[in-house]
Ligand binder design. Structure first.
Ligand SMILES: Nc1ncnc2c1ncn2[C@@H]1O[C@H](COP(=O)(O)OP(=O)(O)O)[C@@H](O)[C@H]1O
Ligand SMILES: O=C(O)C1=C[C@@H](OP(=O)(O)O)[C@@H](O)[C@H](O)C1
Ligand SMILES: [Mg+2]
Length: 203
């Protein structure tokens, strides 16, 4: 398992821990932030935005926040700073985003790789894993040019190897697992809402 930046960032106290009062504020039952995790193409950005609209909550997308801060697309951050540079920025941005109360946050597919990130996600809200099978992921992403990790000769193989590496982490971190299939996005969003109500994540 790749593990970026775990002890490094924590020990240097770049990430300051939340106070008990802040934590208590974030963890009110039924009002917790919802953090969407899952593979590229799982629908975190798309379903997250819809979910936030339905719930009248603020929506953040970690990649979009990074792009806004850096003024360039994710692919350019990868070009200039490599994946390690991107991951470092991702951790710092996640720390900022996950302190906001009652938000819906779409993470990037690799945001779960760093131990520091997993800690923040687990501690500060409800983690929802959006799962999709490999064929569905490939179908959704085959024409995509914005994801640097898929710009290879064989993107299908890359998806398979990333999924094999990450699936156990997604599973382990998730409070809720939601299967996305071939249903249209607006229906999937309704189903996700129902599941979150059933599981008392939202009221
Ligand atoms: N449940 C879904 N059913 C069908 N297509 C979807 C679904 N969720 C997302 N998509 C499509 O897949 C692509 C990738 O979705 P996106 O939300 O960017 O995924 P992620 O943020 O998880 O990488 C987009 O073209 C989106 O419209
Ligand atoms: O899986 C990954 O490592 C990545 C996923 C992307 O986000 P999405 O999951 O929203 O595509 C983006 O953060 C970057 O290209 C790296
Ligand atoms: Mg996304």
């Amino acid at each position: 398992m790749t593990d970026f930046l775990s002890a490094d960032l924590m020990q240097n106290e770049i990430l300051t821990p939340l106070s008990p009062a802040d934590l208590q504020r974030l963890l009110q039952p039924g009002h917790q932030s919802i953090f969407l995790i899952g593979m590229m193409g799982a629908g975190k950005t798309t379903l997250g935005r819809q979910l936030a609209r339905h719930l009248k909550r603020e929506f953040y997308d970690l990649d979009h926040e990074l792009e806004a801060r850096c003024g360039v697309p994710v692919a350019t951050i990868f070009d200039i700073e490599g994946e390690a540079g991107f991951r470092r920025r991702e951790t710092l941005e996640l720390d900022i985003c996950s302190r906001r109360p009652e938000i819906i946050l779409a993470t990037g597919g690799g945001a779960i790789l760093a131990e520091a990130n997993r800690h923040m996600l687990k501690e500060r809200g409800t983690v929802v894993y959006l799962r999709a099978n490999i064929n569905e992921l490939y179908r959704r992403l085959e024409r995509d040019k914005t994801r640097p990790l898929l710009q290879t000769a064989n993107p299908q193989e890359r998806i398979a190897s990333l999924l094999a590496e990450r699936e156990p982490i997604y599973e382990q971190l998730a409070d809720v697992v939601f299967e996305t299939g071939s249903a249209p996005v607006h229906l999937a969003a309704k189903q996700l809402l129902d599941v979150l109500k059933e599981q008392e994540v939202i009221s």
